[in-house]
Ligand binder design. Structure first.
Ligand SMILES: Nc1ncnc2c1ncn2[C@@H]1O[C@H](COP(=O)(O)OP(=O)(O)OP(=O)(O)O)[C@@H](O)[C@H]1O
Ligand SMILES: [Mg+2]
Length: 235
């Protein structure tokens, strides 16, 4: 994969999770997805987040992205408490500082790779959306498949398009929720290398959920979640 980093360097974001609880209530059923979670991450760190299915990884990411609020506790981004921010300010923070790739994938199947990346850029008012989308696809190693419908891309290629979208705002914090989910070893390796390069060359703070122990082992820092509690994994 070639490295063409064209945009201005982002400065990595810091984050903190302090005694965070997230309790979902559906009818009479309560699920405690996070139960007093604590975490501090410095700018430019690369952290692998591991844990069994249902342990609270995606819940943690949606709190960090400001997409949901904790039931108790607080979330800080760049030292600023985002827990009780008005929605407008939270969406501004997401726009300016945070990139997310969702576990379920966020591509529109009837658009091609380039259009998928371009659309949110246009919505955000970028007047050079097409050029920027092309640059981003180059950056994630997908320069050659820009006009393929996303439904026709392989899992690994789709993961790269999702990554390009998450990088569109040049984020300081990248939250990658299982970007290598169903992928074969070689492709997972390439995605992981792209994340590592973004971290090393741009200083982007990266949190990545992975079920793959070998990929997790490459991260300088590992954090595990068990039943909604975070714990540092000793090297
Ligand atoms: N919106 C919701 N409403 C109700 N329960 C939820 C909701 N989102 C998550 N949960 C529950 O919270 C718990 C944690 O879910 P979460 O998605 O964070 O797990 P995960 O670690 O990401 O799992 P996986 O590895 O399967 O993606 C699970 O028991 C899940 O069913
Ligand atoms: Mg999940």
């Amino acid at each position: 994969m070639t490295s063409t980093i064209t945009s201005k360097p982002a400065i990595g974001a810091s984050l903190a999770v302090r005694d965070a609880f997230k309790i979902f209530k559906e009818n009479e059923i309560q699920t405690v997805a996070l139960r007093g979670a604590n975490l501090e991450v410095k700018p430019g760190e690369f952290v692998a987040v591991v844990g069994r299915s249902g342990s609270g990884k995606s819940t943690l990411f949606s709190l960090l992205a400001g997409l949901t609020e904790p039931t108790a506790g607080r979330i800080e981004i760049d030292g600023r408490d985002i827990t009780n921010l008005p929605e407008l300010e939270r969406s501004r923070l997401r726009r300016d500082r945070i990139g997310v790739t969702f576990q379920s994938g966020n591509l529109l199947p009837y658009l091609n790779a380039l259009e998928n990346v371009e659309l949110p850029l246009e919505f955000a008012g970028n007047t050079q959306a097409r050029k920027r989308a092309k640059d981003l696809l180059e950056e994630v190693g997908l320069g050659a498949r820009q006009t393929s419908l996303s439904a026709q891309l392989s899992g690994g290629e789709q993961a790269r398009v999702a990554l390009a979208m998450a990088l569109a705002n040049n984020p300081g914090l990248l939250l990658a929720d299982e970007p290598t989910g169903e992928l074969d070893t070689q492709t997972s390796e390439e995605i992981m290398q792209t994340l590592e390069r973004l971290n090393a060359e741009r200083g982007v703070t990266v949190l990545v959920v992975t079920h793959n122990p070998e990929l997790a082992a490459r991260a300088r820092r590992r954090v595990s979640i068990t039943d909604g509690v975070l714990e540092e994994v000793k090297p």
